[in-house]
Design a protein around this ligand. Structure first.
Ligand code: F3S
Length: 401
């Protein structure tokens, strides 16, 4: 891969050890994927934050990088969810030892100049690239969002690759950074209108079918029932969890659908009915109980509109399950000001920041059955947490006293 003179200096260690190690990672990735050169990025989003998922090996790796005090991220960069709410961990039941290790990880990222905002929806809290910007993001649901809904360009980076890109301000130019790789590979035609809760199940079906392809959706929804940003974040999260979808297009909705060239898609046409979608709710529900111990919402992290809806549902009532709504500290600040936090807490629920039901060690908190409204969470919880799942709409999951 070609390096310009400045990149050569970075590679040769003239800017310190951490920049050198980061350039080595980028060059190795570039060689593997046959990139011809690097490209400047405008932002990074870095996974590999929860102590539950990266453990002591990950912590040591980050602390080693952070010993070089001259190395700082060159572009605005945010973190994926950590393993706990960094402020309110005690009342949620997390152990002191776990939190201690988690804080060391977040601090190491912080000393590398990465914002300590831990969220999988950075596009809701200021990490918002522009159309056609090159970026290096690694959380799969955020990757599909930024590629498909915003029209920026990223591959699905691993955590170390995204961190290296943040430190160098560059990433190898291959795959989804190149226009011709962004055309559709599969045509997905819906037979009926779909409702808000069904976007996740739809994504789960299509991700399974297309793997790492680029689906092009033709929806049947009428003008007054078009998908909003919350629907698109659910769709993308599920597409990237049952499959490895990095980019999708929706006719008339997403910014690049006109260049998606779906007419050249060979014979890969998939029809999806209401019945197909209904079956996914049954398939992903592993529990035979009708009441979850913990209802855990916000996968991907909840927007202020989603929190408002839940606040309206539970207002002046008492919830019979435990209830967590996972979000970022930034969105919680808005919810505090709008009084939604108080309404939810009065009903017995919590807004939980910085973490989520998959990367937090909820299996250590005494729960057996988790209720979720996210196909991605339903898909991952049995393997990542070893717990039973009920996958349903919020109004069916939350039980009242
Ligand atoms: Fe985000 Fe956790 Fe879901 S990282 S997309 S809330 S599994």
């Amino acid at each position: 891969m070609y390096l310009n003179p400045e990149e050569e200096k970075m590679f040769n260690g003239e800017y310190g050890d951490t920049v050198r190690k980061s350039m080595e990672i980028l060059v190795a990735l570039g060689d593997i994927y046959e990139a011809e050169h690097l490209v400047d990025i405008s932002s990074a989003q870095i996974s590999g934050v929860s102590y539950k998922t990266i453990g002591d090996a990950g912590l040591e790796y980050l602390e080693d990088l952070a010993t070089d005090k001259t190395a700082k991220a060159k572009v605005p960069s945010t973190l994926n969810p950590a393993g706990t709410d960094l402020d309110n961990w005690k009342k949620l039941g997390f152990s002191h030892t776990f939190v201690n290790n988690q804080n060391k990880i977040v601090d190491a990222y912080g000393s590398l100049g990465i914002s300590k905002t831990c969220t999988c929806t950075p596009y809701l809290v200021g990490n918002v690239p522009r159309f056609k910007d090159h970026v290096a993001w690694s959380e799969s649901s955020a990757v599909t969002y930024v590629n498909s809904v915003i029209g920026a360009r990223t591959n699905r980076e691993g955590g170390p690759g995204a961190l290296a890109a943040a430190i160098c301000g560059k990433t190898p130019m291959y795959a989804y950074h190149i226009e011709e790789n962004r055309i559709a590979t599969h045509l997905i035609e819906l037979e009926d209108e779909i409702s808000k809760i069904e976007y996740g199940a739809l994504g789960y079906i299509v991700g399974n079918d297309v793997g790492d392809g680029v689906p092009y959706f033709i929806l049947k929804n009428k003008k007054d029932n078009k998908p909003n940003n919350n629907d698109l974040k659910s769709l993308g999260a599920a597409l990237a969890s049952s499959g490895a979808v990095t980019l999708y297009h929706i006719e008339g909705e997403t910014p690049e659908y006109k260049i998606a060239d779906y007419k050249s898609v060979p014979n890969d046409k998939i029809y999806i009915s209401k019945l197909d979608i209904k079956e996914i709710f049954e398939k992903l529900t592993t529990s035979s109980k009708n009441k979850a111990d913990l209802v855990c919402l916000g996968c991907p992290h909840a927007s202020i509109e989603e929190i408002e809806e839940i606040a309206n549902l539970v207002k002046s009532k008492k919830i019979a399950n435990d209830l967590w709504i996972c979000t970022s500290i930034n969105i919680k600040a808005s919810a505090d000001r709008m009084n939604y936090t108080k309404i939810i807490e009065n009903a017995g629920g919590h807004l939980v920041c910085d973490t989520c039901m998959v990367v937090a060690p909820i299996e250590d908190l005494g729960y057996e059955t988790i209720g979720v409204n996210s196909a991605k969470a339903a898909n991952y919880i049995p393997s990542m947490c070893g717990l039973e799942v009920i996958y349903d709409e919020v109004k069916n999951l939350i039980k009242f006293k």
